[in-house]
Design a protein around this ligand. Structure first.
Ligand code: AMP
Ligand code: MG
Length: 479
């Protein structure tokens, strides 16, 4: 069925706990990402019927080579350290190696309690399953590094939150599930031996090119700084708000992971927050870069013992080194946002230009996605306020000073400014109608979001911004 090749199991037992998925009453397959399974993962599941796929993706039947473990990790949640979190409602089915030689984890999320569940039931309701499916796949097709969706299934059981809700299980594919919090788990226990094994395992799995570097631990940190800078810049460029950038939700592979109360903004507000649990706006849109840096420091702290025998010296080396590359977060942001304005390179003055444009969107309460797209059209219909005129004249000057012609700038803009994003009110509609047994919105969204940069008149309804009364301003973790 699936031939797993599990390397995480070779790590000491304190890295994970063995678990058995719970029985569910009526496994039912809602969506299966057949194209991804066969083309990227090289899995041949075509001989399985729908019921057998549902059994597989709810953990009712596990292949012989499966690992079935919950991983240990800790994490800073909203700034506070929690020494033990771990997979409380997920199990790693195992790792596969694709025909192209890529290694992936296949994980079931919502499959029942594990030794890390604390007071939780280990389950997930259908809402978050559908949300993660739609949004993670959309992210992939937008070009943002992300975990992928392999399947969404209903369990046929009710789970209890503030009301009974239908239960679901999400099958997630990730290039690994190692988080900053995994390092914090061992650092908090002063378990240097495990920490070192984890660093080496992570380098082997994700950054083998740094193995010959003089100080591989600093190089490792630097790699993470780069991948996270580029990741967060990507998020910002689509108006994406992750919502829970706790260190346990930051993968060291640089993939977006743990889609909880995340959302894409409609009308632009720089301090937008969607998550109902983020009361102080710690993870607001415009805080994502400072938070990514803060998270990097948490990782750096774990690496101190390996950088130098003398702690003071280690700290000073780390500080110097972090200072020297922390600006890459802003640089990546400038580069990514610049492209959205048709700029082929970054110049210092671009920051003011980008901010001017964003301020215009905010002043006028304009839709983030559609406004960028409109800007590349000659008669863009944007309201010509004084701020806009100011922006526009500087922007045109800047474009004219580039060696590329205006058509090339326009093509660049259209290649990075999507027409379609998974709009929050549509994701909610997909969820609500799935509750009523209608999967058509869920399926339509999965289909149309495969081509987010192409206008698809048939799906106009998914393109337009919500009317003020359709806007969904808050999302729930739904855990
Ligand atoms: P999250 O905020 O979703 O990243 O989860 C934070 C921690 O809470 C992780 O350790 C999860 O495994 C755990 N958790 C979340 N929901 C549940 C649940 N329903 N049952 C058990 N553990 C959970
Ligand atoms: Mg998490």
């Amino acid at each position: 069925m699936i031939n797993f090749d599990n390397t995480y199991l070779n790590l000491p037992e304190r890295f994970y706990a063995e678990v058995t998925p719970e029985k569910v009453s009526k496994p039912f397959l809602l969506e299966f990402n057949r194209e991804f399974a066969s083309e990227e993962l090289g899995l041949n599941l075509d001989t399985l019927n729908k019921r057998e796929l549902a059994d597989l993706f709810t953990g009712q039947v596990l292949p012989d080579s499966a690992s079935s473990i919950a991983l240990a990790y800790a994490g800073h949640q909203f700034g506070h350290f929690v020494p033990q979190l771990g997979d409380g409602r997920a199990l790693l089915m195992g790792e596969i190696v694709t025909p192209k030689g890529r290694r992936y984890d296949i994980q079931l999320k919502g499959s029942g309690q594990t030794p890390f569940s604390r007071d939780g039931d280990g389950k997930s309701s259908l809402g978050p399953v559908i949300r993660e499916y739609i949004v993670s796949e959309a992210m992939h097709f937008l070009g943002v590094p992300t975990t992928r969706a392999l399947a969404a299934a209903a369990t046929g059981d009710s789970i209890f939150r503030d009301q009974p809700l239908p239960g679901g299980i999400f099958t997630r594919v990730a290039s690994s599930h190692i988080r900053i919090g995994t390092f914090e788990y061992f650092a908090a226990r002063d378990d240097l031996e495990s920490l070192k094994l984890l660093v080496n395992y992570s380098i082997d799995r994700h950054y083998p090119d740094i193995k010959d570097q003089k100080n591989i631990y600093l190089s490792f940190l630097q790699k993470i700084a780069h991948t996270h800078a580029s990741l967060v810049a990507h998020w910002m460029s689509f108006g994406f708000i992750h919502g829970v950038m706790n260190t346990d939700n930051m993968s060291i592979s640089g993939e977006t992971i743990d889609y909880g109360p995340c959302a894409f903004m409609d009308n632009f507000a720089s301090n937008r927050v969607f998550s109902s649990i983020d009361r102080n706006g710690r993870y607001a849109y415009n805080n994502q870069i400072p938070i990514a840096k803060w998270n990097l420091y948490r990782l750096a702290n774990c690496l101190i013992p390996f950088i130098h025998n003398d702690q003071k010296q280690a700290i000073s080396i780390i500080e110097d080194s972090i200072n020297s590359y922390s600006h890459i977060y802003e640089e990546k942001w400038m580069e990514t946002m610049g492209k959205k304005l048709g700029l082929f390179s970054s110049e210092a003055e671009d920051q003011a230009l980008i901010n001017n444009w964003l301020q215009y969107l905010e002043d006028e309460d304009l839709d983030f996605t559609l406004s960028f797209r409109k800007l590349s059209e000659s008669s863009n219909g944007l309201k010509e306020t004084s701020r806009f005129k100011d922006f526009s004249s500087k922007w045109h000057k800047r474009l004219e000073n580039q060696p590329q012609d205006l058509r090339e700038s326009r093509d660049l803009m259209n290649s990075v400014n999507p027409v379609f994003i998974p709009r929050n009110h549509q994701v909610e509609r997909a969820i609500q109608s799935a509750f009523e047994g209608d999967l058509s919105i869920f399926k339509d969204m999965n289909h149309l979001l495969k081509n987010p940069y192409v206008d698809q008149p048939k799906f106009e309804a998914y393109k337009v911004a919500p009317k003020p009364d359709e806007r969904i301003e808050a999302t729930f973790c739904g855990t």
